[in-house]
Design a protein around this ligand. Structure first.
Ligand code: IPM
Ligand code: MN
Length: 371
């Protein structure tokens, strides 16, 4: 398969973790005889510095004319707590979501058996957890009218959903549940919010067309608690934009490290794949950032194009790295491996360079032939 992939490495640790994802994809291309062409473009704080725009025209055009977008992270401490600035790196991502018509942000939560003790939660609670969050990302309170009065004493953010916005992601969630364990949990606040009442009504109607799928409704406060108390009860969680943002960070605690979590954003055209984590500027170029979330995002990209064997190979390589402890310090504080070495191990495993991957010394000195 020929794929053109726009690579928006972004800020902080973005470039170094995305490099490892590219190495994995190059290795997949070699082994499975595909052609992946990568084209880099600017986004976020780095794009602001270079062009004055967090989503330059050139980046947008590239993303509109490519098969997929692989993105790193955006944000810089400089902008984080400066509410006066008109230029925000995160607008790069928000505008891109809108421009590409992305509406379903998919975040799988499945802890690795070898890493269960990393989580602050008890092993017996989290083992065998396997759910996926379908977070709506085109609506809610993210892109609607924002107001603050002249005195700066009263502010409001409108939360709005249309029927169509709810319908499309709901079908996606139910179709996914059919391929998993046949359960969809709608998370809302239907005791208070009109938007939530609309979600419940539409999800109830749509659920009739999926009789084999069990539909559950939970208020968001209750769901936040159940994610921690009994995460095994979930299969597909369907929820609106802001609830999904909050619950997915909460759920990441189950896996033990946010540096493990990938995501896919699907829409009407080009899909976008990125780790969930932020730019972690303090770690930039220190070779300590965990590249696994980016590598797994690349695997989700492969799955999106129905390259299931290829994605499987990447998952296998990551699981092997974890099993053999070829991981960064967030997963093992005594690790001698850094971002690059983990990336080398993964790409070498994909290339079946057995002699290299069994000798961890070679991994350490970075004997990768890729990139
Ligand atoms: C995420 C992030 C974004 C969001 C920010 C960076 C705009 O937190 O992808 O979860 O809130 O959607
Ligand atoms: Mn978030």
């Amino acid at each position: 398969m020929n794929l053109k992939i726009a690579v928006l490495s972004g800020d902080g640790i973005g470039p170094e973790v995305i490099l490892q994802a590219k190495k994995a994809l190059y290795a997949i291309a070699v082994v499975f005889d595909h052609e992946f062409v990568f084209e880099d473009a600017l986004i976020g704080a780095y794009a602001i510095e270079k062009t004055g725009n967090p989503l330059p025209e050139q980046t947008l055009n590239l993303c509109l004319n490519t098969d997929a977008v692989l993105m790193g992270a955006i944000g810089d401490i400089k902008y984080d707590h400066n509410s006066n600035t008109k230029l925000r790196p995160i607008d790069g991502l928000l505008r891109l979501r809108q421009a590409l018509g992305l509406y379903a942000n998919i975040r799988p939560i499945k802890p690795y058996r070898d890493l269960l003790d990393l989580s602050p939660l008890k092993r017996k609670i989290i083992e065998d957890t396997d759910f996926v969050i379908f977070r709506e990302i085109s609506g809610g309170s993210y892109f609607t009218e924002k107001k603050i009065n002249e005195q700066g004493t009263v502010a409001s953010d409108l939360c709005e959903y249309t029927e169509d916005e709810i319908i499309r992601i709901t079908h996606l969630a139910f179709k996914t549940a059919q391929k998993r364990r046949n359960k969809v949990t709608l998370v809302d606040k239907a005791n208070i919010l009109e938007t939530s009442k609309l979600w419940r009504k539409i999800v109830t109607e749509i659920s009739d067309s999926y009789p084999e799928v069990e539909t559950e409704f939970l208020f968001v406060d209750d769901a936040a608690m159940k994610i921690i108390i009994n995460p095994k009860q979930f299969d597909v969680i369907l929820t609106e934009n802001l609830f999904g943002d909050i619950l997915s960070d909460e759920a990441s605690v189950i896996t033990g490290a946010i540096g493990l979590l990938p995501s896919a954003s699907l829409g009407n055209s080009t899909a976008l794949f990125k780790p969930i984590h932020g730019s972690f500027s303090e770690a930039k170029t220190k070779n300590i950032a965990n590249p696994i979330a980016s590598v797994l995002s690349a695997a989700m990209l492969l799955e999106h194009f129905s390259l299931h064997l290829e994605a499987e190979k990447v998952y296998e390589a990551v699981a092997k790295a974890i099993e053999l402890n070829v991981v960064t310090a967030d997963l093992n504080p005594y690790s001698k491996f850094g971002t690059n070495e983990v990336g080398d191990f993964i790409s070498n495993f994909i290339l079946s360079k057995d002699d290299l991957y069994f000798k961890s010394d070679n991994v350490y000195i970075g004997q990768s032939t890729i990139v």
